[in-house]
Design a protein around this ligand. Structure first.
Ligand SMILES: [Zn+2]
Length: 328
């Protein structure tokens, strides 16, 4: 890892702009064009404190349909919450502009930018966007928060994920203090994996569902981000933002459809269930058969599939386990 001042120099050069300490600027990076010739620009809002310090990257919309993260950053920009005392905050509300305008997780050729890192200059569109982003934006960051929601109508109860066995990302996740904190192994070619191999810890905030705004998920995201900024001593501390409760989970598992049919969940998202308790039911569309889905272990419901039509083996409910079990 480079020393702090290499990434937080007196004057930060980004996208052909120079940003001095104490300054704020919005930089437009032109990564690509639409077939119409319209320039696709990715905007980076840069907030620099008067004192040197860490460089924190906050990015949303890596999956273009996961609008919850975009709304968290939009709200924070609008409320003027980035009054930085030290260090630099880089805010990228929408990384995958292509996906956003097509209401899609991916770029138009169906490739996922978050499976294309670190990317190549002459590769597919997703790979090129990843490459430019790494070279122009990521290169400045010491650490970051990547904002996501569940995909395919799966609703994540607000949770922050750190990289298994990475104490620096765990420290960020602890500071964020979402309702649930859990370890997660990095996925090959994901942004988090590319960052990890370059010594940069990234935590992933997963909350709500794609193409939908969930007020609780958005506000928990705003509060958690402010707690991280306070933890890093980048903004003024405010006791009111202290988390009321945060449950640490050790592992998680998907409960899958035992048969094809219509799924109805009965355990509320975020609730604690005991081993053997019903979580939902999958019924045939003709009303002749149904199968209950029960919790195999004690745990918390941290994601519920809101799409009722399921095939055998589809993910229904994500169950998080705490060890030792919390006292409730
Ligand atoms: Zn995502």
């Amino acid at each position: 890892m480079q020393p702090v001042d290499a990434r937080d120099p007196e004057t930060l050069e980004l996208g052909g702009r120079s940003i001095a300490r104490g300054e704020q600027k919005t930089v437009r990076l032109e990564f690509a064009r639409l077939p119409t010739g319209t320039v696709i620009d990715t905007r980076v809002h840069v907030f620099r404190g008067p004192e040197p310090g860490p460089v924190l990257l906050l990015q949303g919309g890596l999956h273009g349909d996961e609008v919850g993260g975009i709304e968290i950053l939009r709200r924070m920009l609008r409320r003027g919450l980035f009054s930085v005392r030290r260090g630099t905050i880089l805010v990228v509300p929408i990384l995958n502009v292509f996906g956003f305008i097509h209401f899609s997780r991916d770029v138009p050729d169906g490739k996922d930018i978050n499976r294309s890192f670190p990317g190549t200059k002459k590769g597919s569109l997703a790979s090129r966007v990843a490459w430019h982003y790494m070279k122009q934006v990521f290169v400045h960051a010491h650490m970051g928060i990547d904002f996501h929601t569940g995909g395919a109508r799966r609703d994540n109860y607000p949770q922050i994920r750190f990289t298994t066995d990475d104490p620096r990302s765990f420290a960020l996740a602890e500071a964020f203090a979402a309702p649930f904190v859990l370890p997660s192994k990095p996925i090959p070619k994901s942004f988090r994996k590319a960052a990890l191999t370059r010594g940069v810890p990234i935590v992933v905030y997963e909350a709500g569902e794609s193409l939908r705004l969930d007020e609780f998920a958005v506000e928990q995201g705003v509060l958690g981000t402010l707690r991280v900024l306070e933890h890093l001593q980048m903004i003024e501390h405010d006791d009111a933002r202290r988390a009321t409760s945060s449950v640490q989970l050790n592992k998680s598992r998907w409960l899958r459809a035992p048969r094809s049919g219509l799924f109805t969940a009965c355990a509320p998202n975020g609730s604690y269930v005991h081993a053997g308790e019903p979580i939902g039911v999958v019924s045939t569309v003709h009303g002749d058969k149904s199968r209950e889905v029960r919790a195999p272990k004690d745990g918390f419901v941290i994601c519920v599939n809101n799409f009722p039509v399921v095939n055998q083996g589809d993910a229904l409910v994500h169950l998080g386990e705490a060890d030792p079990p919390p006292t409730r």
